[in-house]
Design a protein. Structure first.
Length: 439
């Protein structure tokens, strides 16, 4: 029955594949192999299948090679882009730090000049008061002297008239001698009074010129003070504006942060005390008000500086990384942090001052470090290969706390970085992007 089925199949395939004979010649003779239609059909089918498989396999290999090459190139380009961006951010941060230090130095110099100018202004006011008092005394003395001169002149005229009458009436020689002596005394006294009057007049004119010079110097000093104040106000505004924006973008109450920092001063630079100057009942001094406004803004900058050290505005990884997974839902589950992919052993840094509350193995997190910061902020660092800190240890921003690894449930070497406020996770990029143009 089997041969009958084969014969039937051969009969059906005979038209497409007629029977062929393959002759093989050798020294002993000639032999042939008969190729039936079924054999030929099976051969052609196998050859076609092999050929098709070869084409498909080659195409798959080519596509995989091209795709993997593109992915590698893209990964390299992204890595170079991230490194360039980090380098740019680092240079901008260093430039801002240098500018801030220079601005602080200029502020200190300007405040010293303001203090010196205020002292000079007070002393000039004292000298002006003394000059006004002296001029009043000189004028009173001059009026008194001129009155005495007029009285002496009248008395002299009366005496001369009396002497003349005595001479005409033939008065005795003794009276004549006495009158001449009195006349000589009065003449000398009038000369002395005239010389004293001229001296007082010269002193008054000199005092008036000195007062005018003092007024001119005070006007020049006011113009110089105004120019210095304008430069200080502009510098404070330029330096304070990016800090206002950075803390506003953090999503927390700026006033609450500054009040808490102000209450917690601990040797990091206290508040700048407003300048209190005596106005002698003439109302507030505009220069003192402007100086106090600048001091208030400088105090706010100092509070911002202290708060920035305590909030995670810094980067936990500084070079040689790329972002792989951001904050949000991933594969139907919430991803509470940001992933930084980098080789094992890449340093991990504390982004702010704080205290280590945990440094141990934690299930899917692997080696996990938790740092508690001010204002109810906590940061977490997972999948580490090594931990350089211990529970209870105090760290500062920029301290190396561990190395990137692949511990726990991880598909590759990376750092899983979380930020929590009041125990609730938030997007770490909020702080990183807020500080991008400032730190």
């Amino acid at each position: 029955m089997h041969n009958r089925l084969i014969n039937k199949v051969n009969h059906l395939l005979d038209r497409a594949f007629p029977e062929q004979r393959l002759f093989l010649r050798s020294e002993d003779g000639t032999r042939f192999i008969r190729l039936s239609p079924l054999t030929q059909a099976l051969g052609w089918t196998g050859s076609a299948a092999f050929f098709a498989w070869s084409i498909i396999a080659t195409a798959v290999l080519l596509m995989d090679s091209i795709g993997s090459g593109n992915f590698r190139d893209q990964a390299q380009r992204e890595k170079r882009l991230y490194e360039q961006r980090l380098q740019t951010l680092s240079e901008e941060r260093d430039a801002r730090a240098i500018e801030a230090a220079a601005a602080q130095e200029r502020f200190n110099l300007a405040l010293a000049e303001i203090s010196e100018m205020q002292s000079e202004l007070l002393s000039s006011e004292e000298r002006r008061k003394e000059l006004e008092t002296g001029i009043g005394v000189i004028q009173a003395t001059l009026r008194r002297t001129m009155g005495e001169r007029d009285a002496a002149t009248d008395s002299l005229e009366e005496m001369l008239a009396a002497v003349k009458d005595d001479t005409q009436n033939g008065t005795s020689g003794s009276n004549q001698t006495q009158a001449n002596a009195t006349l000589a005394f009065m003449t000398d006294e009038l000369g002395r009074i005239a010389a004293e009057r001229d001296l007082i007049a010269n002193n008054a004119a000199e005092a008036e010129r000195f007062a005018q010079d003092m007024l001119y110097e005070a006007r020049l000093r006011d113009e110089r003070n105004d120019q210095i104040f304008r430069q200080l106000e502009d510098a404070v505004t330029i330096s304070l504006e990016p800090l206002d924006k950075m803390f506003a973008k953090s999503g927390m109450s700026v006033d609450h942060i500054l009040d808490q920092v102000r209450r917690g001063y601990s040797g990091q630079g206290g508040p700048l005390t407003p300048m209190i100057m005596s106005t002698r009942g003439t109302g507030p001094d505009p220069d003192a008000d402007r100086a106090n406004t600048i001091l208030s803004e400088l105090d706010k900058m100092n509070l911002y500086r202290i708060a920035a050290q305590k909030m995670p505005f810094g980067m936990p990884v500084k070079s040689g990384f790329r972002f792989t997974s951001g904050y949000g839902y991933r594969w139907g589950r919430m991803h509470n942090g940001t992933d930084f992919a980098a080789p094992i052993g890449t340093p991990v840094y504390a982004p702010a001052d704080g205290v280590v509350v945990s440094a141990a193995w934690s299930s899917g997190y692997g080696r996990l470090i938790k740092i508690q910061h001010e204002f109810g902020i906590e940061t977490r660092y997972a999948h580490l290969s090594r931990m350089n800190v211990q529970k209870g240890q105090r760290v500062s921003r920029g301290d190396r706390i561990g190395d990137i690894g692949n511990s726990g449930r991880s598909t590759g070497p990376h750092l899983h970085y979380e930020v929590r406020v009041g125990g609730k996770p938030i997007n770490p990029m909020v702080y990183i992007k807020a500080a991008k143009d400032v730190l």
